[in-house]
Write a protein that binds this ligand. Structure first.
Ligand code: PBG
Length: 329
């Protein structure tokens, strides 16, 4: 039936019928808050390219965790911003049981046991060169030596009590290696969230400032391991391998530039599928909002809803806490 029998505006005319036909409803339970932890007590350091985001000392991080629980957010994704003095060529601080990250995990699981904790696995906060892995003489990130390091890092975080191991490094075969090591160490309940389709994106710039890897990285890129933004068939191959290797959930990253990838991944595999609204996406929205060019609440909820509509079961976002509060009020 076509116009005038079919008038799509009829259902849009009033709030009640718009509500009844709404297909995607964003809730706090869809959101994962992202936070950076730094040394010290009662301390926070602003991240200049991400206004409103701060690196937090562990005690302040615990306060943020409490806010997340109160707002109905199920989980927190944590990244460390360790001081430069712990950086090394092989990033060995990553598996030090007393490293900042491991201490933060223990503290959070003690103070807020119900809040899921997602720990990043990659060496970039800890390496002098800012790469996610261990490099050879030419600066190429070596796959197998890096996997060995990542396995150590994963075991250290699992021992500290993290709920989700989230490898963001894009080495081949690391999910299987980590899964095997977790099983052998008796960490049979530790979940793996694989950053399966992670693209070499310019939108990670503010994050690198936040964890302090941008200076180390210099002009070095990550194109020899992160995916070419031009590809999406390749993303399906990445996801398929990670599922076979034992991933419990998979992720697409960044978010808005990859809606089509997210859609394909969810449709094809039906896996718990996460998406990461990354630092540059946050910075972009925040900057426009600060200029008064965009209405922040409207566009943030719009982008998060779009990510869910495209297939995301969960969305990592620096806006998670603000969004959860907007949804409640
Ligand atoms: C590095 C890592 C990055 C992000 C998460 N883990 C940056 C990178 O790959 O250089 C980006 C997150 C963001 O931009 O918010 N392992």
């Amino acid at each position: 039936m076509s116009y005038p029998a079919t008038r799509l505006r009829r259902m849009r005319r009033d709030a009640f019928s718009r509500a009844l036909m709404r297909e995607t409803v964003l809730t706090a339970a869809d959101l994962v808050m992202v936070a950076f932890v730094c040394e010290g007590t009662d301390r926070s350091e602003p991240v200049p390219s991400m206004p409103g985001v701060e690196r937090l000392s562990i005690d302040r991080l615990q306060r943020l965790a409490g806010d997340c629980v109160a707002a109905g957010i199920p989980a927190l994704a944590l990244f460390p911003a360790p001081g430069g003095q712990v950086k090394s060529a092989d990033g060995r601080e990553a598996w030090n049981p007393d490293a900042l990250m491991q201490r933060a995990i223990r503290a959070l699981k003690q103070s807020h046991p119900s809040l899921g904790l997602i720990g990043d696995i990659a060496l970039d906060p800890y390496t002098t060169h800012g790469q996610d892995g261990i490099v050879d003489a030419d600066g190429y990130v070596m796959n197998e030596p890096t996997i060995e390091a990542l396995v150590r890092q994963a075991l250290a975080q699992a021992a500290a009590g993290v709920d989700f191991i989230a490898p963001s490094d894009m080495m081949d075969g690391r999910i299987g290696a980590i899964r095997t090591a977790l099983e052998q160490a008796g960490h049979i309940h530790t979940r793996i969230l694989a950053y399966s389709a992670k693209y070499a994106s310019g939108f990670y710039g503010p994050f690198r400032e936040a964890v302090g890897s941008s200076g180390s990285l210099g002009k070095g890129g990550k194109h020899t391991y992160q995916m070419d933004i031009a590809n999406s068939d390749e993303a399906l191959r990445e996801v398929e391998l990670d599922i076979r290797e034992g991933a419990d959930a998979v992720m697409v990253k960044p978010g808005l530039p990859c809606l089509d990838v997210l859609y394909r991944v969810k449709r094809r595999f039906g896996m718990p599928t996460f998406v990461y609204q990354v630092s540059g996406e946050y910075a972009m929205l925040k900057a426009a909002a600060q200029h008064g060019w965009l209405d922040e609440k409207t566009v943030v909820l719009e982008t998060l809803t779009a990510l869910k509509r495209a297939g995301a079961d969960a969305i990592l976002s620096y806006y998670a806490l603000a969004a959860a509060r907007w949804l409640r009020d």
